[in-house]
Design a protein around this ligand. Structure first.
Ligand code: FMN
Length: 351
């Protein structure tokens, strides 16, 4: 148990102090969102300040299609972080995804570190668990996780590369499609499936969609590399393996393109999103909301809640400007903006 708590603190320390993006020679892996050119068809129709950003997610009206991606829970610092994230998300009316609930499933005294409802009574809150645990645990333990955290959905994260490089990782994720199908049928709460910075291929997206899950978050490559983080934590051997595989994964824009071509409508974008323009490009690629993790934890580390509020405020302002420049009235209309896909994204998405 202590190991797991230490691991979460290691993760937070490395994310705030080290370069944890993928390094490949050549070229560095990016989200490929930079290959998505937005093509305004007309001229601005409303002033930047009047751009409508609100959207509905999991039954709540939120202020913008932006969420804080899954990060923390467990050790005491993670609990404080969760409460801070919750206060900022509540103030800004944005959804908050909690970090993996595995520590509280192992030790129920840690549940209070996920208890953000006093701070965040009326925004969507998402509980989180890894695929390996989801496949091993009975459904009522997973329902308990959602209900104890008073969350609105359960996010199941798939992180095969990370687990394989993590010295104490779960090498066997269990049967992915069967587990998701069982959860969809029996959990009694919406199910979201995400990666952790490795994205999904078209085949994987279609397999996940066939289980009937409510949302897919592509969480693609180009942002935080969990393979790299585990390499930084591990022995020389782990480091070698992590450096070999640090560019494993599907760039966020490619995964979004495949999800859109598969006809999915409940798609979330994350993995390397760093600006409101990235969010705008993700919406044009079919995402309904977009999430960020690393910039959030770094903002909290550098200046606490105020700094996070500033970061999210500027991402929303950038998003508004992108919508305005695309000649649209609302973020919802960004789905209709024509895009020009540049290389190498074009090749990724070629049939
Ligand atoms: C400090 C930290 C802890 C994280 N913990 C979790 C977690 O417990 N569960 C999960 O699904 N993803 C976790 N993630 C992954 C993020 O939710 C996200 O998928 C990934 O970091 C890519 O987004 P980014 O490039 O904006 O960081 C974590 C990310 C960070 C930075």
């Amino acid at each position: 148990m202590a190991d797991r708590a230490d691991r979460k603190l290691d993760h937070i320390r490395l994310c705030t102090a080290a370069d944890v993006t993928p390094v490949c020679y050549p070229p560095a892996r990016t989200t490929l969102l930079e290959c998505v050119e937005l093509l305004p068809e007309g001229f601005p129709v409303v002033s930047v300040d009047d751009v409508e950003t609100s959207t509905v997610f999991l039954g709540y009206t939120v202020a913008a299609p932006i969420f804080v991606s899954a990060m923390t829970g467990g050790p005491s610092r993670a609990g404080e972080l969760n409460r801070s994230l919750a206060r900022v998300c509540q103030k800004m009316r944005l959804p908050l995804a909690l970090g993996s609930g595995r520590p509280m499933l192992d030790d129920e005294t840690l549940a209070s570190s996920y208890d953000v409802r006093p701070e965040a009574p009326d925004i969507p809150v998402l509980a989180n668990i890894g695929m390996a645990q989801a496949s091993m645990l009975p459904v009522d333990r997973l329902s308990w996780l959602v209900e104890r955290t008073r969350a609105d959905a359960l996010v199941v994260h798939l992180n095969f590369a990370m687990e394989a490089v993590q010295p104490e990782g779960d090498r066997d994720p269990g049967p992915v499609v069967e587990t998701l199908t069982r959860l969809v049928g029996e959990l009694g709460h919406p199910v979201v499936v995400k990666e952790v910075g490795g994205g999904f291929t078209r085949g994987q997206i279609e397999a996940i969609a066939s289980t009937g899950v409510d949302w897919i978050d592509v969480a693609g490559a180009g942002g935080t590399s969990w393979v790299r983080i585990e390499g930084l934590r591990g022995s020389l051997n782990d480091r070698r393996m992590a450096s070999t595989f640090s560019c494993w994964g599907i760039p966020t824009a490619a995964a979004l393109g495949w999800a859109e071509r598969s006809g999915l409508s409940n798609v979330l974008a994350s993995g390397g999103l760093r600006s409101g323009l990235d969010v705008a490009r993700s919406l044009a690629m079919g995402a309904r909301l977009a999430g960020m993790a690393l910039p959030v934890i770094r903002a909290m580390d550098s200046g606490g809640e105020e700094s996070l509020e500033r970061l999210l405020g500027s991402v929303i302002r950038e998003l508004r400007l992108a919508v305005h420049l695309c000649g649209k009235r609302s973020t919802a209309e960004m789905a209709d903006v024509p895009t020009l896909l540049l290389e190498p994204l074009r090749t990724w998405l070629a049939d």
